[in-house]
Design a protein around this ligand. Structure first.
Ligand SMILES: NC(=O)c1ccc[n+]([C@@H]2O[C@H](COP(=O)([O-])OP(=O)(O)OC[C@H]3O[C@@H](n4cnc5c(N)ncnc54)[C@H](OP(=O)(O)O)[C@@H]3O)[C@@H](O)[C@H]2O)c1
Length: 238
């Protein structure tokens, strides 16, 4: 049976791990030809081996020329998902300037680099950007991250006009179990996740598949445009 993305080309930046990898697999399951992009070659090679027919290229999204090279081999592109960007807090009074700049380099200028490289290859279809819970829920010592996430949500709206008829949306996940949480929490992960889950309405954090299915919805529903879709179990309200 034909899937919802049969015959379409989907490019996932950050497709070698976590949410991006789950979305890449979901797109392939819907019949798409998938290309994944990230920095680490070994991780890309291993992830690509789990996605039938996929290919991969290595670049950092902050490198405009590298992003252009990473998509140069592709013909027409139908859908793009950006699942890239480090988390972490920073204190505007104490952090190094580069730590305050990094969220903007990755999330805002990274988006510009990707959009400028892929748009000439897109006639319609969609681009899905990555926001997050903390665009909606204020916390201490996260000014740079929060401002960059809010900028991404703004870009979903403004780029929806500039790139039309290509649609542009964003997903805003809450806490999702990915390798990134393994890295952030280390051996304390189980306890930290339990503590977070206790505060959430559904008493659990999310799965990558739950974000991936939202990304597929944004790719396939041709009337959703300029939207920010929250996949956080209601976490932004607590
Ligand atoms: N997990 C959560 O709870 C959560 C919640 C809300 C939002 N998010 C957002 O979702 C996105 C993905 O997070 P995740 O948890 O899935 O993380 P992850 O498992 O660490 O995956 C991140 C992916 O992005 C790639 N990547 C990272 N920096 C990159 C760069 N500068 N250029 C190109 N590729 C890069 C990574 O590969 P390389 O490292 O090899 O480049 C990897 O493929 C992030 O923007 C994160 O802020 C996550």
């Amino acid at each position: 049976m034909a899937g919802a993305l049969t015959g379409q080309v989907v490019v996932v930046f950050g497709g070698s791990s976590g949410i991006g990898l789950a979305a890449a697999k979901a797109a392939e399951a819907e019949g798409a030809s998938v290309a994944i992009i990230g920095r680490d070659v070994d991780r890309l090679r291993a992830a690509s081996a789990t996605i039938a027919g996929s290919d991969w290229r290595s670049t950092d999204v902050t490198d405009a020329a590298g992003v252009a090279r990473a998509v140069a081999h592709l013909g027409a592109i139908d859908h793009v998902f950006l699942s890239v960007g480090q988390g972490g807090a920073s204190d505007v009074l104490k952090s190094a300037a580069e730590d305050l700049r990094r969220p903007f380099e990755e999330r805002v200028f990274g988006t510009f680099n990707v959009v400028r490289s892929v748009a000439p290859k897109m006639r319609e279809g969609s681009i899905t950007l990555m926001s997050g819970l903390y665009a909606s829920r204020t916390r201490r010592h996260a000014s740079a991250q929060t401002a960059a996430l809010c900028a991404v949500e703004s870009l979903a709206r403004t780029l929806a006009l500039d790139l039309a008829p290509v649609r542009v949306n964003a997903v805003a996940p809450g806490w999702i179990d990915t390798p990134r949480l393994d890295r952030s929490f280390g051996p304390d992960k189980a306890g930290r996740v339990d503590a977070i889950a206790r505060e959430l309405p559904g008493k659990r954090i999310g799965h990558t598949d739950e974000v991936a299915s939202a990304v597929i919805l944004l790719m396939t529903n041709r009337y959703i445009n300029g939207e920010v879709l929250h996949i956080d179990g209601g976490g932004r309200f607590v």
